[in-house]
Design a protein around this ligand. Sequence first.
Ligand SMILES: Cc1ncc(COP(=O)(O)O)c(C=O)c1O
Length: 413
Amino acid sequence: MATFSVDSVRARFPAISRHVHPPVFLDNAAGTQVPQSVVDAVADAMVNGSCNLGGKFSGSRRAMDIWDAAHQAGADIVGAPSARGVIIGQNMTALTLHISRSIGRLCQPGDEIVVTRMDHEGDVAPWLLMAQDRGLIVRWVPFDKISWQVSPDALRAVMGPRTRLVAINYASNLTGAINDVRALTQVAHQFGALVYVDAVQMAPHHLPDVTQLDCDFLVCSSYKFFGPHLGVLWGRESVLDRLEAYRCRCVSDDLPGKFEHGTSQTELMAGLAATADYLASLGDEAGYSGSRRERMLGGYKAFEPHETALTLRLIEGIMAIPGMTIHGITNPNRIAERVPTVSFTHDRISTHTFAQALADQEIFVWSGHNYAIEPVRHLGLDEDTGVVRLAIAHYNTAAEIDQVLAALSDIAK
Ligand SMILES: Cc1ncc(COP(=O)(O)O)c(C=O)c1O
């Protein structure tokens, strides 16, 4: 059933298909390209929905429809039971900084929170700031350097009766390792702590399911999964209802509006709904039917073998180049435990040299810590040079992987 055509996908992305020799986009963990349908939806909203919300006139009603559709898209993306718990904002970091102020109000001085050595700064710094503001104790949980994951036992070891929050990533933006978030959530809940999941790197490759994970919050960024520059935060409604929002006095106490400040980015919200439709269309093409969420799940299922094949090809190719070390899971039998983001260092050549040489050939990759400061430190890597990060998306091709491998080989000579 799971048919997937990378050629047909690429034809839908103008940034890729308008070039005879398109750049090789392997910077996807930092941001993905968008299909034409998303571009069109954004443009259409700027023409037909560029009014503020809450007015009696048709333009405002149209903007409100866009707002509603975007929140429903957010619910479909994270598997939420309703759109009431979906908060849309500038990006993951802004949303996390914002909600952390409210979560902090639930905590008393001397309470504890848990953050990890595996997370991106966006899921570390807001909690450190919250701890500073509220007089909280920060407990750190490491990831295992063999499994690359945070184990439930490691988490249990830092939990206590006063732990109020566990902030954990679903997949690492540096190593690509995926955590067993459901198991970690179970541990956290045994101690009565809230669980905040950073799904930014997971969402482009596996659709999160907040119901199955049983977490209390989950956040992702739509520009990482072929959409506009927005963040989507889901919160358990009973928790969000309890939280005091930092908001203007004339904003109502209703969800989710109480957590969305100022004027909405309506055109980007239109793009978010179109992104969910794009992902569902991949399911349609592979013969899936049902709700949009079911069709999206079908789409992900359809492109998974393609992404896996590219990842294995990339890992195998990098490992064949003398001097290379991959920082993440390389065992093909564990490939399902990682996303297709592959980071490496070389024993002689700087990561920045690789990234520049690849950039000179229109191969887009990142070098440095990639905001994964804690993982870089935990691995004993240099904070400035960090790693070279190659991040695959479903629109990449085997030919592109071969091209980058040939280039890496040349640079390493
Ligand atoms: C795992 C992870 N978390 C959080 C972020 C921050 O996302 P944003 O830039 O949308 O705030 C990123 C960005 O790369 C990320 O990879």
